[in-house]
Write a protein that binds this ligand. Sequence first.
Ligand code: C2E
Ligand code: MG
Ligand code: MG
Ligand code: MG
Length: 288
Amino acid sequence: RAKESGRGRVQRFEQSMMEAAARRRRLETDMARALAENELSLAFQPLFDIEAMRVASFEALVRWKHPERGWISPAEFIPEAERTGQILAIGEFVLREACRRAADWPTEIGVAINVSPVQIRTPGFPLLVASALSANRLMPSRLEIELTETAMVEDGTMIATSLSALRALGVGVSMDDFGTGYSSLAHLRNFELDRIKIDRSFVDAAPSDPGCLAVLRAVTQLGRELGVKTLGEGVETPEQLAILRDLGCDGAQGFLLGRPLPAEEVADFIALSGWTVGGSKQPGAHVA
Ligand code: C2E
Ligand code: MG
Ligand code: MG
Ligand code: MG
């Protein structure tokens, strides 16, 4: 009796493993079609300069509209694309499309893309970036690469080589979701970062959790001393924004300041946020 139920559990386990494998195979086929049929697009979320309270750049976030399933989150398909290697094709689409869109914006506004460790480990990656920049006549200083801290610490030498090639091009490098991985503070110096994006879990908890507030304070101070810009992710309330401002954090990103927008709406957002070429801020600026 006990043996039978044990066997039953094993069978159920095997069946759920098989179902998961079938789902993954299906996702892989669907992603191949998504690339071929242009089902992928980019949304752009503004990054604000806190002191000037002005949009400084936009982060490109990949979107997939599946013909039957509707919108599928990158949190679901990016890990699978990394496993199958399809991230290389998806990442190239993101890079080229982000550069193409940014080429239409005022030259003072930058664009950030998320780059997977699989991409950064590929020897041809810096060359691909150079090609996307020149094809769209985009100044390298307008592009920023976002890498998570986990991506930066694994396989150190290859990544260091890619990062220094990107820096030589003039592309910015920022550490994404800081505080969620395993890197040590020493990495902040070794990688010669342009920006540290502090994970939204700290921003979220800062108003109620003194420990999280202390982490925010320490990271912004460290950034200042190392000459690395800091940005708080996931700002949803005026209180969180005020905390970041008081700590002297350079930048903020989050639903309070702007949700990810379709590419077609970026120009209007820039105009509404009071941004004009030359940099003067107009009254009635969009902040919420
Ligand atoms: P991420 O790079 O940290 O991007 C920020 C995510 O937080 C986005 O989710 C954004 O919509 C969300 N977010 C922004 N502000 C707020 C806020 O105030 N509150 C809350 N609750 N969420 C906020 P999204 O677009 O679903 O992307 C999730 C993750 O998927 C990204 O995290 C990034 O790691 C990855 N990803 C997205 N696009 C790409 C891509 O093109 N390539 C790669 N390799 N990864 C990507
Ligand atoms: Mg990011
Ligand atoms: Mg992030
Ligand atoms: Mg994050």
